[in-house]
Write a protein that binds this ligand. Sequence first.
Ligand code: HEM
Length: 320
Amino acid sequence: MIKKLYSEAFFRRFGFLTVYSIFFLIFVGGWVRVTGSGMGCPDWPKCFDQWVPPTDVSELPEDYRTRFASPGKPVAEFNVVHTWTEYVNRLVGVLIGIFIAITMVSSFQFRKTEPRITAYAVLSFLLVGFQGWIGKVVVDKNLAGWMVTIHMLIALLVVGLVMLSVFRRHRLHHAISHKITLRNLSMLALLITLIQITSGTQVRERVDEVMLLHLAPDWIAYAGSLLTGHIVLSVLVFALSMLLAFMGYRSFKSEKIMKRVLTATLLCTAIQIISGIANRWMELPAIAQMSHILFGTLISGGWFYLWMVLNRKIASQEAL
Ligand code: HEM
């Protein structure tokens, strides 16, 4: 078992799984939100002060709505679906924390040969602990909007660190034309996407407020210039993607993985824009809300991967 954990093949495969599973967790987070289950558990880490939450209101004390309430944070009527959705979200979160811990332990095999692989894995593990604490703050502060944004940015940082560790050996095989320009453009696309994600979570905060105040039909007016800015910026994201597509396909030629990642990122961008349009003009359909959160984060992962590989020496240079 220990021998397997310390093999390079295990690290590579399990690391892959860990990267994918973090995106899955982001997707589950979107599901929690769409079903309105975010406050399904009033406390943290326990749920109604239990490790396994109740399935029926009769299992709760009669005064549960006052007992678990904190200032400015009333407790909603018990809803088994909301409670268990939030609980499953937490379980998936713990599982991914364990995945990251296993990746970190496996990365110790490189501590002497390639200490950076270990350093990034350890950092990602520490950050996940911090993220868990932030999760508690999100619950305590009744999902304050800026907390949701910080939570999202930390999740992306964790993905970035795990990718830096797990994909440490990913390099171009041959020299390509316009490598530096492509590298810089990928970084620009990443930065603009991160700004776009931040602006998106601010729009989302407004949407959440409107739903809380039961002003649903007015959500577009309430989101105001935040939503307009978000849509305008998406034009820039789209233009940059087109430029990267035009240059990337010409340069990558035999670099199959780079081509695949570029294609996947462009596809995610197209889906993101379609789901954004559906959100804006079709009154926030649940499927569009859920895919908008997932694909937005996948786009940032795609640009980051391209930048990371383009920022390294090509394999043949490394061997010299
Ligand atoms: C490629 C560009 C885009 C990115 C990276 C992006 C990213 C995001 C993100 C991360 C959120 C927050 C989701 C959440 O926390 O649940 C969001 C919300 C939102 N975005 Fe975008 N977005 C993009 C394009 C668009 C476009 C083109 C539109 C409209 C035409 C749009 C409309 C919206 C709306 C209405 C929300 C609020 C949705 C909700 O509350 O569930 N977005 N965006």
